[in-house]
Ligand binder design. Structure first.
Ligand code: SF4
Length: 688
């Protein structure tokens, strides 16, 4: 819309999965969510129609599962505006999670660029056995690499251990590559990818992949070199549980009971959740159904609430046809809508408000408050089969591989290792075919894009103005105007901290309203409080202390552009574009970080915020709220010198002045975005 084009330059699809509640069950939740989010869905559907985009309406499934089933093909390059886009890598392609503004590049035919990533080779030998699954492999890797270990790197798996994994198992591994910050993950084309393509109705794609593979494509070159090689023997891998609060805290299942004890946590599980885009394949669901049937035969039902989110209508319908759903419901499972639901904070849970409790999920993320809005809920990530078995025991110390559950009769019951089928023998059932959009629809230019004028959830995005040039009021020419430091953010600051999800998601289309959540869970390093900022220039009508968005709004009202000082890996986690849009909306012009997460750093550049890195990380502590920052050298960069360096002149509140060196990753195109005020401004100027 903003670029003024009549159609997208590449095939595009829209998916409605994040806004669906998880309260009582699929049908009622979906119905309510469609009513309560109608204006958003109407907007998306009308925009899709106008611009010739395939529209997957609410209830059709989670984007990544639908993409794997319908769009992903070996060898292609795909961008998606969600950090788990790499899930599609399970079919041997490069699928990369980007911010919405990067997607605009692709949709407008503008060259999309990425700093050339390193490639880490992960050499798999051996065979997964017993309770170990592909999820355990990636949980183990997350523990090894940590949430930063994949930054600026592609994970390329190779070796004899790859071919033993199902296509959807590989997708699970690729999906959670996002948790180590990897640009994406990929695999060589395998027999089981071919089988998956054939079963999902894409025989021509399988034939094309076979042909490409026969000519030496779709696998690593002979003698390929990697920046690093990690060796993993799958035969030695045991189930792993990661968390709480970070996906890289990995504990082998056999040690998990003592880990819980050492931390003084209650040995009590409060809920088990399976599904999500990470683990809702047919293989996952038939494996958990196997456990459910074993438990039912022993007279057991789950001890705790047990929720299941199928990844797509196709998975849901196939589960129902093959009696997987019945097996789960027989032991007490509640099957939720085909959507993200509890994975993205749509879980309405009244029984554990503000109470410390532990849940096990087969999801991929476990930041505080992510699932139920309760900061005290400890979300441990595990394979769907471990989640299921432990939901019957109700205890965190239970190890299904070695322990038994005592039945009412006093007899012990022990699960046999689960078995599932990776593909349904009778093929996938399509389910409700009205969910499937018309392929490659023609744009209908006369369609009106529906945005109500008094909407609280949608507003047309107004272009950000450039801080440079005539009319900007900036006396410093091509240097940024003098900036006030809003605050120094301490420690982990994910995009969830910058722009919280949960109840705020409904404002994603309304920048003014959603900006009220800016950094509300971030910790101020000066004082250590959450959502507290200091306004050193306040007048007598205003208190010195306010919330972070409160002080940001005051600076905006004073036309005072500002900067943030942040810690390591700032902006890790979800690709959430709002985490860049919101600070910019309130007047943020620069963020100085010990380090940035890749997607977020690009998102900032796209919105016209300058991200710079401390050359000396110790300088972080030397700058605080109310200090004034001035760039030195930015003009040189904007004038076309790509190797220009930027220094920052710091004027402390007490008058002390010093300069610090910084580094940056701005490419020549990105410099154009900064100069224009945003990438969208620049693209529009190029279209004119
Ligand atoms: Fe949805 Fe969760 Fe997957 Fe994100 S990680 S796409 S919220 S299921």
């Amino acid at each position: 819309m903003s670029a003024g084009l009549s159609r997208c330059a590449v095939p595009v699809s829209i998916h409605c999965d994040h806004l669906i509640q998880a309260v009582t069950g699929a049908e009622a939740d979906l119905e309510k969510s469609i009513v309560s989010n109608k204006e958003v869905f109407d907007f998306l559907e009308s925009a899709a129609r106008k611009y010739g985009i395939e529209f997957w309406r609410p209830g059709s499934g989670i984007i990544h599962q639908i993409v794997l089933e319908n769009y992903a093909a070996p060898g292609m390059l795909m961008l998606g505006t969600d950090s788990h886009t790499p899930n599609a890598g399970g079919l041997g392609l490069l699928a990369i999670g980007v911010g919405g503004a990067d997607a605009v590049d692709a949709m407008t035919g503008t060259p999309w660029e990425l700093k050339a990533p390193q490639v880490v080779g992960i050499h798999l030998t051996g065979k997964l056995d017993g309770w170990a699954t592909p999820k355990d492999l990636i949980l183990h890797i997350a523990g090894k690499l940590t949430v930063r270990g994949g930054t600026g790197r592609i994970l390329e798996y190779f070796g004899p251990g790859v071919s033993g994994q199902s296509c959807t198992g590989l997708a699970t591994i690729a999906n959670m590559g996002a948790e180590v910050g990897a640009t994406t993950s990929t695999f060589p084309y395998t027999e089981r990818m071919r089988a998956y393509l054939n079963k999902t109705g894409r025989a021509p794609v399988a034939r094309a992949a076979d042909e490409a593979a026969s000519r030496g494509f779709l696998s690593a070159d002979e003698g390929a070199e990697y920046d690093e090689v990690i060796e993993i023997n799958l035969s030695e891998l045991e189930p792993t549980i990661n968390g709480p609060f970070t996906p890289d805290l990995a504990t082998p299942l056999s040690k998990f009971g003592s880990f819980v004890k050492e931390n003084g946590w209650k040995d009590e599980l409060s809920a088990g959740l399976i599904g999500s885009c990470t683990n809702s394949s047919y293989e996952d669901m038939t494996s958990v159904a196997d456990l459910a049937r074993q438990a039912k035969a022993a007279g057991l039902t789950t001890k705790v609430p047990f929720l299941c989110t199928p990844g797509s209508e196709q998975i849901r319908a196939t589960m129902e046809r093959d009696k997987v759903t019945a097996a789960l419901e027989d032991v007490g499972a509640v099957v939720l809508a085909n959507a993200c639901g509890p994975c993205i904070g749509q879980w309405k849970r009244d029984d554990k408000k503000d109470e410390e409790n532990a849940i096990l999920t087969s999801f991929n993320r476990n930041f505080k408050s992510r699932n139920d809005g309760n900061r005290l809920t400890m979300n441990f990530l595990a394979s769907p089969t471990v989640v299921t078995a432990m939901s019957f025991a109700g205890k965190l110390s239970f190890n299904p591989a070695t322990d038994s559950i005592t039945l009412p009769s006093g007899k012990p019951f022990k699960f046999s290792p689960p078995t599932g089928q990776d593909l349904p023998a009778a093929g996938f059932a399509p389910g409700d075919t009205s969910y499937y959009p018309q392929p490659a629809p023609e744009p209908q230019p006369k369609t009106e894009v529906i945005i109500s004028k008094d909407s609280q959830r949608l507003e047309v995005l107004e272009p950000f103005s450039s801080p440079f040039g005539e009319g900007s009021g900036n006396p410093r020419g091509l240097e940024l105007p003098s900036l006030k430091v809003l605050m120094r953010v301490r420690g982990k600051c994910t995009t969830d901290h910058i722009s919280a999800a949960g109840p705020w998601l409904k404002y994603k289309g309304h920048l003014t309203n959603i900006s009220e959540n800016l950094l509300i869970t971030a910790v101020n390093d000066e004082g250590g409080d959450v959502n507290v900022a200091f306004d050193h220039d306040h007048d007598s009508s205003q208190p010195h202390t306010d919330t972070i968005p409160g002080v940001a709004k005051r600076l905006k009202a004073r036309n005072q552009p500002w900067a943030l000082i942040v810690d390591d890996n700032y902006g890790e986690g979800s690709a959430r574009e709002h985490a860049a849009l919101q600070p910019r909306f309130y007047g943020c012009a620069m963020i100085v970080a010990r380090s940035f997460a890749r997607i977020h750093e690009t998102n900032l550049k796209k919105q016209g915020v300058l991200p710079v890195w401390f050359a000396d990380k110790a300088d972080y502590s030397r700058i605080g709220a109310g200090d004034t920052l001035e760039t030195i050298g930015l003009a040189d960069l904007l004038n076309g010198n790509p190797s220009a360096t930027i220094k920052i002149k710091v004027t402390k509140r007490d008058g002390e002045i010093f300069e610090i060196p910084t580094t940056h990753t701005m490419s020549s195109d990105q410099v154009n975005w900064l100069r224009a005020g945003s990438a969208l401004n620049y693209i529009r100027s190029q279209m004119a």
